[in-house]
Ligand binder design. Structure first.
Ligand SMILES: [Zn+2]
Length: 57
């Protein structure tokens, strides 16, 4: 006893980031950022169509 026990010593693996680990080796911010960019890629075509429609109207 007396030894400080860190339950989650992992940190974000992104270079220059010292935030606590959240998932997949990344902190919450970077994890959701990469997750959202993946979503964005899959929806890229739809967004392109939408922007075309906006440009027309
Ligand atoms: Zn991070």
């Amino acid at each position: 006893m007396g030894r400080p026990r860190r339950s989650n010593p992992r940190l974000c693996e992104m270079p220059g980031c010292t935030d606590k680990h959240y998932a997949k080796g990344q902190c919450k911010l970077h994890y959701f950022r990469s997750w959202r960019s993946k979503e964005h890629k899959s929806n890229a075509r739809e967004e392109e169509e939408a922007s075309k429609k906006n440009a027309l109207s």
